[in-house]
Design a protein around this ligand. Structure first.
Ligand SMILES: [Zn+2]
Ligand SMILES: [Zn+2]
Length: 208
């Protein structure tokens, strides 16, 4: 499915930030963010580079700002999964304000005019720009009736989030791994005495 391409990229980035820069359960394993400042900075820089494809180094303060942004984005997904439309709108609106979202056409590095989401002030920092991009994308997707596409994994012991781009919007799990974990858990709860042999069916595939 396609939202606008910029919204696609922005909501995908938001999900990646949540999944990599906040603690919680990830596919059955508890994951905590590192404590040490240098490890946190490395993790934040690697995540930023993976999403936006830049190899540049984030300063320590910027790394913590990016982690803070990820925590705020996590709240948006949590609010959506709790079905709290009003609370979600307030969270997104405060992101738009706090990250000074201000759509502007920009041209640089020989590129054609394209949309930027953040203030073009020189003093706008990189994390502020990232926050504005994510906030505008979330606002666009939610405001266009696609809130249900911003999902949280339904498997036990998994807090990962995803953007559901399936045709019918029926995705419930972050991954095939969690879909299978959920299947096994359901089977075990129905058959507490065992009988795993019956589980050997072809692996289901995720819609995409
Ligand atoms: Zn640009
Ligand atoms: Zn999951």
């Amino acid at each position: 499915m396609n939202f606008d391409s910029y919204a696609d990229l922005g909501v995908a980035a938001a999900a990646e930030l949540v999944n990599h820069l906040t603690g919680g359960w990830a596919q059955g394993a508890l994951r905590r963010l590192p404590q040490s400042g240098s490890q946190r900075a490395r993790l934040a820089a690697a995540t930023e580079a993976a999403i936006w494809g830049r190899g540049s180094v984030l300063g320590g303060a910027e790394a913590e700002e990016l982690i803070h942004l990820a925590e705020r984005l996590r709240l948006v997904f949590a609010s959506l999964s709790a079905g709290d439309a009003d609370g979600t709108a307030q969270l997104v609106n405060s992101l738009l304000r706090d990250y000074r979202a201000a759509p502007q056409l920009a041209t640089h590095d020989g590129e054609p005019w394209h949309l930027h989401f953040h203030s073009q002030d020189r003093e706008a920092g990189r994390v502020e720009a990232r926050g504005a991009t994510c906030a505008v994308a979330l606002a666009t997707v939610i405001g266009s009736g696609w809130a249900s596409r911003l999902g949280s994994c339904a498997a036990e012991r998994c807090d990962l989030v995803f953007v559901d781009t399936s045709r019918n919007g029926s995705r419930r799990f972050c991954s095939l791994r969690c879909l299978n974990r959920d299947k096994v858990a359901r089977f075990r709860s129905r058959h507490p005495e065992g009988g795993a042999a019956e589980l050997h069916q072809p692996a289901p595939t995720l819609p995409h």
